[in-house]
Design a protein around this ligand. Structure first.
Ligand SMILES: [Zn+2]
Length: 267
């Protein structure tokens, strides 16, 4: 009995010690944040404030009209309002509209990687602000945001979901709430990198599902899927299909960066 009490007391002390250490570490990190200049997320030069240095900032490629109203991909020339791209007509996606803040290139890739693998959560508000601007029309009509979920095993390895971090920043900037738990990744899919378009589609087939407890947040609602990067669109297509099958009224897509080779018009 005494032995057990001793053991419990020792566990309590360890827990208290761990908490104290965590708190000390957090304070030290805050102090370092104040003392050290921030580094540019792309070139690692010290910067005033946060995010990107002026040189990398000027290289960022923001996406604006004219673009295909459906896919959000920039046109080579302005075909006039409301014209869709050939891609959107030949192979229409399950989602209604997609918008992206910037083109996926060297600088935006560095931002995405810094957020995803580099623990640069401080970048999320800035990226979320750009996302909110790019998606303002979608957000004005939206009931809720749905971050593209990670499989629990990958979230465990990476400790957080970058899409959820971006969705939280968009929610803070736009006031549109997040439908937490509306969508689950039920299949641990292989990394999409290096796969062809059809391989990517097959890879995410059946990967997403609206769980029974998520239904209420989906049925009859206008939803905006949030992700960091759109490459072939297979992931958001899989998510949109699952949400529409579960009864969503509308699904739009908002991503930070997209691969965007300029497209030609349907005419
Ligand atoms: Zn830079």
């Amino acid at each position: 009995m005494g032995e057990i009490m001793e053991e419990m007391a020792s566990i309590a002390t360890t827990t208290r010690l761990k908490r104290a250490t965590d708190a000390a570490r957090a304070m030290l990190r805050a102090a370092l944040d104040l003392a050290l200049p921030h580094l540019c997320a792309a070139c690692r030069q010290p910067v005033e404030g946060q995010g990107l240095c002026p040189t990398c900032w000027s290289k960022l490629s923001f996406i604006s009209r004219p673009y295909c109203e459906r896919l959000g991909i920039p046109f080579v020339y302005d075909p006039g309002p409301g014209i869709l791209s050939m891609e959107a007509i030949a192979d229409p996606p399950a989602y209604h509209r997609a918008r992206a803040a910037v083109r996926f290139d060297e600088i935006s890739r560095a931002l995405v990687h810094a957020l995803k693998y580099g623990d640069r959560l401080d970048l999320a508000p800035m990226m979320g602000h750009w996302l909110s601007h790019a998606g303002r029309e979608l957000l004005a009509e939206a009931d809720a945001l749905v971050p593209v979920p990670l499989h629990w095993r990958r979230r465990w390895a990476r400790r957080f979901n970058q899409s959820a971090a971006l969705a939280a920043a968009v929610s803070a900037a736009s006031g549109v709430p997040i439908a937490a738990g509306a969508l689950k990744r039920v299949k641990a899919t292989a990394q999409q990198v290096g796969l062809t378009r059809s391989e990517r589609a097959a890879n995410v087939q059946g990967a997403f599902r609206v769980p029974p407890e998520g239904k209420a947040a989906v049925v009859g609602r206008r939803l905006v899927l949030v992700d960091d990067v759109l490459t072939s669109g297979a992931t958001v297509e899989g998510c949109a299909r699952a949400l529409l099958r579960a009864g969503a009224a509308n699904v739009d897509v908002l991503v930070f960066a997209r691969v965007a080779d300029p497209v030609r018009t349907s005419i």
